[in-house]
Design a protein around this ligand. Sequence first.
Ligand SMILES: NC(=O)c1ccc[n+]([C@@H]2O[C@H](COP(=O)([O-])OP(=O)(O)OC[C@H]3O[C@@H](n4cnc5c(N)ncnc54)[C@H](O)[C@@H]3O)[C@@H](O)[C@H]2O)c1
Length: 401
Amino acid sequence: MPDNRVLRVGLVGTGFMGRAHSNAYNQVKRFFLGETDVELVAVCSRDEAKARDFAAQWGFISYETDWRRLVARDDIDLIDIASPNDTHAEIAVAAAEAGKMVACEKPLGRSLAEARRMVNAVERARVANMIWYNYRRVPALTLANDMIRQGRLGRIFHSRFKFLQDWTMSADLPQGGPGTWRLDASRSGSGVSGDLLAHCIDAAQWLVGPVAEVCGMTEIFIPERVHAVSGKREVITAEDAGLFLARFADGSLASFEATRFARGHKALFTLEVNGEHGSIEWDLHDLHRLRFFSHRDESALRGWRSIHVSDSDHPYMKAWWVPGLQIGYEHTFVHQVADFLKGLSTGEKTVPDFRDGLAVDRVVDAVLRSARSRQWVTVGDTRQTFMSEVPTETDRTAKPT
Ligand SMILES: NC(=O)c1ccc[n+]([C@@H]2O[C@H](COP(=O)([O-])OP(=O)(O)OC[C@H]3O[C@@H](n4cnc5c(N)ncnc54)[C@H](O)[C@@H]3O)[C@@H](O)[C@H]2O)c1
C-alpha cells in the first residue's frame, strides 16, 4: 500500500462469497468512512465473460482470468481469496511471498499442513492477514463476547454449538464440479467438519477459549455419488455429519453438532453458553436477538430476556439505521472489512487472523482423528506447538556446518 489511505483489492472467486465480499467493500465506504478507503482494482474468475460481468456489476476496475496474474500485479495491496478450499493455500502463499496482504475464506487449509504453510508464509512476509469467520461480527455475538469478557457470565461451565443443514440429502446430488465441490474431499479437505463445525469451533474458541481435547464421531450416509467431472460413481470421503464432545483449557465442557442431513434446516446455527452468573443463547435465524439470563437479577424478576441488538450503543449499530431497525447476514462482512481498514490505520492487528484459522483447523483435525480412532484426542496449543515448527530467524540464515 503506497500510503495508508487506499487499500487496493484483488478478489479471487465470483460465487457466493465473492458476492458477499464485493458487497462489503462497496458498503464499507458508505457506512464506515474512516481514514482508509477501498479501491476494487481487479476480480479473478477463470471464465472471462463471468469475470467481465462480475467486474461491471460490483464495481471492479479490471479483471483477470488467472489468479497468478492478479498476484503479480503491482497495483494490488490485498489478495482476497473467496474460492474453494483447494485454492486457499497455493494462492495465499504466493500472495504473501509477493508481499501482498491476504484475506482468506474459511477453513484456512484443507489440512493442518496447508494451514501451517499459510501461517508460516504470512508471518515470514510480515503481511497483514485475516480469515473470514464473519459470525464474530454479528452485533448480537459481538455483544455476547463483550459480556463474557466483562464477567457477566462468570466462570463458564457448559456451551453448545450446532450448525444444521439439509441440502445434500438427495442421493442424486453429485459430488465435485462447480456447485458441489464441498462433497469432494480432495477439494474441500473434509465434509461438515471444515465447513460447518469450523464456524462453531471459531465461535467457541472466541467466546470460551481454547479447546483442549475432543471426542468425535462422523458419518457418511450416502457412500457413493456420481462425480460431476468424471461422470462416474465415486466413493465419498467427505463426512455428512460430525459431532463431538470437548473439554476447554479452562475445564468447561461443550458439545458440537453439524450435519447436512437435518431435514427442514437450511442454516440453523445456534449456540448457548452457561456460566456461574448467567447464560446466553443465540440463533442465526433470529440473528439480531441475544437471549440473556442473569442470576444477579432480583429473584422475583429473574428470567430470560431477549435483547434486540439494534440500539446505537450496540456493537456496529451506530453506523446503520435508527434504533430498533435491524440488519442482516451481509453486514457481518461489512463489519469485518471496516475493522480491517481501521486496523490498517491504527496499526492494530485485526482478528481473526490466519493463526486463529490454524487454531480452528487444529481442532477440526483432532475431531477427525478422534472419529477415526474412536479415542479422545488432545488438541495441543496452537501458539506453542506451532512456533516450534516455524524456523527461527537463526535457523533460516544459518549456514550448514
Ligand atoms: N464465511 C462464510 O460464512 C462462508 C460461507 C460460504 C462459503 N465460505 C467459504 O468461501 C469459499 C468459497 O465458497 P463459495 O460458497 O463462495 O463457493 P462458490 O462455489 O459459490 O464460488 C467459488 C468461486 O471460486 C471460483 N474458482 C474456483 N476455482 C478457481 C480458481 N482456480 N481461480 C479463480 N476462481 C476460482 C469459482 O468459479 C466460483 O466463482 C470456500 O472456502 C468456503 O468454505 C465461507
